[in-house]
Design a protein around this ligand. Structure first.
Ligand code: BES
Ligand code: ZN
Ligand code: ZN
Length: 484
């Protein structure tokens, strides 16, 4: 899909399909309103009407897409509407499309074009790599999209940002949707190296030998039962400097979570190839940030392991020394994410970062707490919390804070070691967050539990699809583009 910014009249454009964003209760230009019965289209959000203007306008077809009332419209309204419209374009096999809004809303021209491009690309996302019997309609693509804007300069900027962001989101979605057998820790390392080459950043991958030499006890304990050996992946964009902040992103990279000896039931395992969703968010964010050349020093750390049962598996009751030196009592091998993340979060200290931000599909309890509509945030720093919540609102990847009070810290104290990896069912997401925070030292720390939002059986937004959402990448770009 190639995008071109244009100014002028979308109805004079020779194209297969003109997509017109229409506001509820607002008058449409007469050449359009005369072509259908008023009752057929009111402009409420996501409503569509296809019309064939014949001689009244140049496009062969016009698709009206409602965005609801003007004063309620925000970028996500347009992201959704563009996704609905692009799916119509695919259905109609319209190879060339022009898009334009016909009424004013409060959304500024840059945010508008960014949202429309994101909606169009993410809405037409398909994961076809493993299909061998593809029909023409499965692979048909919209080749050219002309974006009509009143301010070409702003629209170009929005387009540029959107293309970087969707590259990151698409990378994240693809990695998550691939089977666990194909995205092993080693493969994840190779994907990170390929990304680094593609966008000109640094990548380092530690194998078992380095993990042992340096004392990554958490990662080794979870990864040692699998034939697919664990890895620790380091990505670095930019360099430390007095002029830019250093931010470290950490992402849970469990390539498959069987639960280990504390084996999951079959149903609970079905989506566990997606347990590297946090790693995917980190890789996707690195891709977008590098493409946008944002002014910052950004480090991505990914502990990656396959959590399997086996003769060499970590046992419930085992005590494991983490990279930090703290001893972790493993009481349930299915609470493996926090065990590998402990090493990575401690490793982040060496960058002296102004923030450590962790992404993980960490707890099923997150689905119980907030459903599929928000990512849970647990943080030790109020300012960082405010920034993340704001970025979540702005990007429509919503985040909701849960407390990390001292009382929760008490709950993860072990009787015989320093910390234990489970503390019962009460506040299951928070005690997991408290466990991670115990390894963050005094650095401002935020943990985002994306267990509910990284994978959807039933899509929520029009730009979602069954499977991976790529959540976190858009939110992080929003956060990092003005990070001080
Ligand atoms: N990867 C799971 C969490 C998860 C569950 C993610 C469902 C996405 C959907 C995690 O490793 C896990 O198994 N957590 C346990 C923790 C428990 C043993 C304290 C859980 O949530 O049940
Ligand atoms: Zn688990
Ligand atoms: Zn897991």
């Amino acid at each position: 899909m190639r995008f071109y910014v244009k100014t002028g009249d979308v109805f004079k454009e020779q194209t297969d399909l003109a997509i017109v964003f229409a506001v509820e209760k607002a008058e449409l230009p007469e050449k359009l309103s005369g072509l259908f019965l008023a009752d057929d289209f009111s402009g409420k959000a996501k409503q569509t009407l296809l019309i064939y203007p014949r001689n009244a306008a140049t496009p062969s077809r016009v698709l009206l897409i409602g965005i609801g009332e003007a004063d309620k419209a925000n970028p996500d309204t347009f992201r959704n509407a563009a996704a609905v419209a692009i799916k119509e374009a695919l259905r109609l096999k319209a190879a060339q499309v022009a898009m334009g809004a016909v009424a004013e809303t409060a959304v500024d021209e840059q945010a508008l074009s960014q949202a429309i491009v994101e909606g169009a690309v993410l809405g037409s996302y398909r994961f076809l790599e493993y299909k061998t019997d593809l029909k023409e309609e499965d692979t048909f693509e919209v080749k050219k999209v002309e974006l009509f804007s009143k301010d070409a300069g702003k629209a170009e900027k929005g387009l540029e940002e959107a293309l970087a962001v969707v590259a990151g989101v698409t990378l994240a979605r693809n990695l998550i949707n691939k089977p666990g057998a194909d995205i092993t820790p080693a493969r994840l390392g190779e994907e990170a190296e390929a990304l680094a080459k593609r966008v000109g950043i640094k990548a380092t991958v530690f194998c078992m030998k380095e993990l042992k030499e340096q004392g990554f006890g958490g990662i080794i304990s979870i990864g040692k039962a699998s034939a697919n050996e664990p890895r620790f992946i380091i990505l670095e964009y930019g360099e430390p400097s007095d002029n830019v902040p250093t931010v470290v992103l950490v992402g849970k990279g469990i390539s498959f979570d069987s639960g280990g000896l504390s084996l999951k039931p079959a149903d609970g395992m079905m989506t566990m190839k997606g347990d590297m969703g946090g790693a995917a968010t980190v890789l996707g964010t690195m891709e977008a940030v590098a493409r946008l050349k944002l002014p910052l020093h950004l480090v991505g750390l990914i502990p990656s392991a396959e959590n399997m049962p086996g003769p060499n598996a970590v046992r419930p009751g085992d005590i494991v020394k983490s990279l930090s030196g703290k001893n972790m009592e493993i009481l349930n091998t299915d609470a493996e994410g926090r065990v590998i993340l402990a090493d990575a979060i401690y490793y982040a200290h060496r960058y002296n970062p102004s923030a450590i931000i962790n992404f993980a599909t960490l707890t099923g309890a997150m689905i119980i707490a907030l459903g599929y509509h928000a990512t849970g945030l647990m943080s030790t720093d109020e300012e960082l919390t405010e920034k993340i919540v704001a970025a979540g609102e702005q990007s429509a990847e919503r985040v909701w804070e849960l407390p990390l009070w001292q009382e929760y810290q008490e709950m993860i104290k072990s009787d015989i070691a320093d910390v234990k990896n489970v503390a019962g069912r009460p506040a299951g997401s928070i005690t997991a967050g408290a466990f991670l925070a115990a390894f963050a030292g005094d650095f401002p720390f935020a943990h985002l539990d994306i267990a509910a939002t990284s994978w959807l059986e039933t899509p929520i937004k029009a730009y979602h699809h069954k499977g991976a959402t790529g959540v976190g990448v858009r939110m992080m770009v929003e956060l990092l583009k003005e990070y001080k």
